[in-house]
Design a protein around this ligand. Structure first.
Ligand code: AHR
Length: 655
C-alpha cells in the first residue's frame, strides 16, 4: 500500500511539473484603461559603491589633488637607480580655498629617479592598445632642471606604458602627454618619476583613457554609460540618494560647486565612506568630476529627461538629521531656482549664460525637480512648502517630486501621503527595499490609489534577498522576478504611476557599500544583473496604452503565482503581453485577444531559469539574460508554455 501511495505521489509530482492545466486569459485590446508615460522607466544614479569616482567617471588616479583627509592617501613615495628626494604637502588655503593642497617634490640626487606612485581605485583598469592622456598642473622652482617620466606598471611590476614631459614655467601651468599601453591589466598603477636636481610643485595629477563616452576628454567610462543607454531610460535621477543630504549639512551635494573648471570643484568626503561598519571605504571621496553639467549632458545623450534632486535644508535623517533654520533657508531655495535657470534659462540670464559658456547654449529642457531626497516628518513639510511656493511662483511648469519617506507604509508615510495629497502635490516619491515576497504580495498596491490625486514615482526600489542593508543580498533571479511581477502592477496602473527606477544603480565589485545593485563592474568589465534585464525588458517594451488582461474578470496579479499585463504600442502597431511565472511549474497559457486582429507570428522574449537563486557575474555576465524566439499564432489566440521562474514578453503585430 505504501508503495502505491508513493507511486501516485510521484505521478502527481510529474503532472504538476509537466501537465498543468492551461490558464486562459482574456485581452480586450480596444479598451484602453491608461496611457503609459514616456518617462515611465528611468534610472536612479547615486555616487554610492564607487559609482562615480572609481566608476563611471573615468579618472584613473585616486586623490589626484591631495584633498583627502590624509593628503597622500593612495600615493606612495618611490625611488630607483639611486634617486633621492623629499615630498612635502603644502597648503595654500588663502589663495585656493576650494583646492588648497599641492605637493612639492624636491629631487636631491643628480642621477636616478625619485617620485611617487598612485594605486588607483582598487588598481587601474588599463587596456592594451588604448591611448591614455596624462596631465598635471606643475610649477617649476627657479633653476630647477627636472623632467617627469610617467610609467604605467602592471600588477606584476612591468612597465606597460611610458611617456615624458618637462615642466618649463615658474608659474602654474597644465602639461599633458598621451601614450599607448601595451598590456591589459585591471590592477595597474601609475608612477610619476622626477629626474634632475631641483623642485616641482604638482597638483591635479590625472590619467584618463582617451576613449570615453562620446570620446569627451576627461569623460565617462564608455562601457558603463553604454549600459545605461541600452536601458533607453525615460529619465535620469541624480545625484541620489542620501548623497544629496549628506551625513551633515556641510557634506551635502551643492550643485554650484560641481560645475566649471575641474580644479576648482571642491572635493569632499563621500558620505558612504563611513556609513556601514561592515563595509568601511575610507578612500571614498567626491571629486565632482561627474558634476551637474555632466549629469545633464549624459541625460541628454541617452534620451532621458533630467531629474535633479536638491537638498531642502535637511541632512540625512538616518544620520544627524541636521536642519537649516527656517529663517536661513533662502540660499537653499535660491540654489533650486538658479538650477532651473541654469538648465532652461536664456543666454540673457546669469545661469543660462553660464550653461552656454560651459558649452551648451541650448536649454536642457528641465521639467521636474525633487525637493529633498528621502525626508520625512513635519520639519520636511514646512521646508517643502517654502520650496514649492518659490519654485511654482517662478516656474509653474516645473513638476515637483516630493518624498513620502523611506518606507512603503507606516507613520511617516501616512503623514506625508495625507499631507501632500491635501496640498495637491504633483508627484510622490515612494521607496521600498523589501523582500521578494513583499513585491509579489504588493503587485496590486496601486489598483486602488486615488485616480485624481498626485502621480506616483516609484523612485527607489529593489527586492532584498536577505534583508535591507545586509551585505549578503544577492541580485538573483528570484528578486528580479519579484520586481517584474510588481512592475505588472506599475504598468496596469500607469494612469497613477508615471515613473519608476530601481536603486542603487552601480557597484564596484571591490569597493561597494550596498547590495543589491543593478550593474556591477570592476576596473575593466561590467555586467547587468537579472534585475537589469527586467528593467530593460520593461523599458524596451513599454508600449503606449494599457489594455485589460483578465482572468475571470480579475487582474492577473498573484493567483497561483502568475502576474500579467498587456498594452498596445500605438506607434509600432503592436500588442505587448508581459507574463511572470514566479513558481516552479511549467504553465501552459492561452491569451484570447479581442478588439484587434493580430498577425500570424509573435516575438517572445524570455528571462528565466529553473534555478531561482542564479546570479550573473563578471565571468558569466549573461547567465541570466533575455532569449528571443518566435511562435505561430492562430486566429485571435496566443498559446504558449511559460517555464518555471520566468518572465516573458510577447510582442504581436496588430493588423
Ligand atoms: O539607494 C541607497 C539609499 O537608499 C539611498 O541613498 C537612499 O535614498 C535610500 O535610503
Amino acid at each position: 500500500m505504501k508503495k502505491i501511495i508513493t507511486f501516485i505521489g510521484l505521478i502527481t509530482a510529474c503532472f504538476n511539473v509537466y501537465a498543468q492545466e492551461t490558464k486562459v486569459y482574456n485581452i480586450t485590446a480596444d479598451k484602453v484603461t491608461a496611457q503609459i508615460s514616456p518617462t515611465m522607466y528611468g534610472i536612479f544614479f547615486e555616487d554610492i559603491n564607487m559609482a562615480a569616482d572609481g566608476g563611471v567617471y573615468a579618472e584613473l588616479v585616486k586623490n589626484r589633488s591631495f584633498e583627502f583627509n590624509t593628503a597622500l592617501a593612495g600615493w606612495q613615495q618611490q625611488q630607483k637607480n639611486g634617486g633621492s628626494g623629499k615630498i612635502s604637502v603644502i597648503s595654500r588655503s588663502d589663495e585656493r580655498p576650494e583646492n588648497p593642497h599641492v605637493i612639492s617634490v624636491e629631487v636631491t640626487s643628480p642621477t636616478g629617479y625619485f617620485g611617487l606612485s598612485n594605486e588607483g581605485f582598487r588598481g587601474m583598469g588599463i587596456k592594451k592598445g588604448e591611448t591614455y592622456s596624462f596631465s598635471v598642473m606643475a610649477c617649476k622652482k627657479l633653476k630647477s632642471n627636472t623632467a617627469i617620466t610617467v610609467e604605467l606598471h602592471s600588477a606584476k611590476g612591468e612597465v606597460i606604458g611610458k611617456a615624458q614631459l618637462t615642466p618649463t614655467a615658474t608659474n602654474w601651468q597644465k602639461y599633458n602627454v598621451k601614450f599607448v599601453a601595451n598590456y591589459t591589466d585591471s590592477k595597474a598603477s601609475l608612477y610619476v618619476w622626477l629626474k634632475g636636481k631641483g623642485s616641482l610643485d604638482l597638483d591635479m595629477i590625472s590619467l584618463f583613457p582617451t576613449h570615453t563616452w562620446k570620446n569627451r576628454p576627461a569623460g565617462l567610462r564608455a562601457d558603463l554609460v553604454q549600459k545605461l543607454a541600452d536601458l533607453k531610460p525615460g529619465f535620469l535621477r541624480f545625484p541620489g540618494g542620501c548623497i544629496v543630504e549628506g551625513r551633515v549639512l556641510a557634506n551635502r551635494y551643492q550643485w554650484k560647486k560641481s560645475i566649471g573648471d575641474i580644479d576648482k570643484r571642491e572635493n569632499i568626503i563621500n558620505r558612504w565612506n563611513t556609513e556601514f561598519d561592515h563595509r568601511p571605504t575610507p578612500d571614498y571621496y567626491q571629486t565632482f568630476g561627474l558634476g551637474f553639467m555632466e549629469y545633464f549632458l549624459t541625460a541628454e545623450d541617452i534620451g532621458a529627461s533630467p531629474l535633479p534632486i536638491l537638498n531642502c535644508g535637511m541632512a540625512c535623517q538616518f544620520n544627524t538629521g541636521q536642519l537649516v533654520p527656517m529663517d536661513q533657508l533662502d540660499p537653499y531655495v535660491q540654489d533650486a531656482l538658479d538650477l532651473i535657470e541654469f538648465a532652461n534659462g536664456g543666454l540673457d540670464t546669469k545661469w543660462g549664460k553660464l550653461r552656454a559658456d560651459l558649452g551648451h547654449p541650448k536649454p536642457f529642457n528641465l521639467k521636474m525637480m525633487g525637493v529633498g531626497n528621502e525626508q520625512w516628518g513635519e520639519q520636511y513639510i514646512e521646508r517643502w512648502k517654502i520650496f514649492t511656493k518659490a519654485i511654482k511662483d517662478k516656474y509653474p511648469y516645473i513638476k515637483i517630486i516630493s518624498s513620502v519617506g523611506p518606507y512603503a507604509g507606516g507613520k511617516e508615510f501616512d503623514l506625508l501621503n495625507k499631507t501632500f495629497r491635501g496640498l495637491n502635490a504633483d508627484i510622490l516619491d515612494e521607496h521600498y527595499y523589501n523582500g521578494p515576497k513583499w513585491f509579489l504580495d504588493n503587485a496590486k498596491r496601486y489598483d486602488n490609489y486615488d485616480r485624481k490625486g498626485p502621480k506616483i514615482f516609484a523612485g527607489e526600489y529593489a527586492a532584498q534577498s536577505v534583508t535591507t542593508g545586509s551585505p549578503d543580498n544577492k541580485n538573483n533571479l528570484e528578486c528580479a522576478l519579484a520586481e517584474a511581477a510588481f512592475m505588472t502592477g506599475l504598468e496596469r496602473n500607469a494612469d497613477v504611476v508615471t515613473m519608476a527606477s530601481y536603486a542603487p544603480l552601480f557597484a564596484h565589485v571591490d569597493a561597494w557599500q550596498w547590495t543589491p545593485d543593478l550593474i556591477w563592474f570592476d576596473n575593466l568589465r561590467s555586467y547587468g544583473t537579472p534585475n537589469y534585464y527586467v528593467q530593460q525588458l520593461y523599458s524596451l517594451n513599454k508600449g503606449t496604452d494599457v489594455v485589460p488582461l483578465l482572468e475571470a474578470n480579475e487582474a492577473v496579479s498573484g493567483r497561483d503565482g502568475y502576474y500579467a499585463t498587456a498594452c498596445l504600442d500605438k506607434n509600432k502597431k503592436e500588442l505587448i503581453i508581459k507574463f511572470v511565472n514566479s513558481g516552479a511549474n511549467n504553465q501552459p497559457v492561452l491569451f484570447n485577444i479581442a478588439g484587434v486582429k493580430v498577425a500570424g507570428k509573435a516575438n517572445v522574449i524570455s528571462l528565466g531559469n529553473t534555478n531561482k537563486t542564479i546570479v550573473n557575474s563578471l565571468d558569466k555576465p549573461l547567465a541570466i539574460s533575455p532569449i528571443s524566439s518566435t511562435i505561430n499564432v492562430t486566429g485571435d489566440a496566443v498559446k504558449l508554455t511559460v517555464e518555471p521562474y520566468t518572465f516573458k514578453v510577447i510582442r504581436l503585430k496588430t493588423l
